[in-house]
Design a binder for this molecule. Sequence first.
Ligand SMILES: Cc1cc2nc3c(=O)[nH]c(=O)nc-3n(C[C@H](O)[C@H](O)[C@H](O)COP(=O)(O)O)c2cc1C
Length: 191
Amino acid sequence: MVKEEIHLTELWPETLHALEHEGALLVTAGRDGKPNAMTIGWGAIGRIWGRSIFLVLVRPSRYTYALIEDADDFTVNVLPRGREENAKLCGTRSGREMDKLAACGLTPVAARVVRSPILEECIIHYECRIVMKNDVISDALAPEVRKTCYPRGDFHRIYYGEVVAAYADANARERATGPDRTQDAPDQSEY
Ligand SMILES: Cc1cc2nc3c(=O)[nH]c(=O)nc-3n(C[C@H](O)[C@H](O)[C@H](O)COP(=O)(O)O)c2cc1C
């Protein structure tokens, strides 16, 4: 399938829907070049520093955290409808203990600009170069958010990725998980 360049927000409704439901896949490669995928449910895109930015949040307890701390970049990949189980596996198992991409039948292929690969079977891709990172500050958080999302003090690190390439399968809109899905949004406090 040919993947065509898209405007930053062209498929944002589909991307946001994935984030709100099954999740999207954050891919980073370790120093050895071996990629790992982790499901993310939180993320944002917008304009900062005159650049297009995709912001992702990763808790220090994730294997992905160790990888992304050593990396200059990451990719965000949206799965097509029918592959929700892949998001479940990548969101409940760790790359420390298994090769999740192999288990899901997801193929890492070279990205266009960054070193971290994209996943061939996904339908929407954002390639991001890390331009800033900072931690969620406990004292600066609304108490109700701290209580719900950080009972164990595992505060996320926020990575600001400049979107250096964005592209999608031509039929991505039709193949994306849609608002017709009946599954309710899951409890997100553990993300
Ligand atoms: C739907 C869903 C969304 C998630 N979103 C996030 C997230 O945004 N940030 C995060 O740190 N963990 C999130 N998680 C948890 C990680 O995906 C999970 O801990 C995963 O096993 C980490 O994999 P790793 O150890 O290979 O990095 C989410 C899990 C699910 C199921």
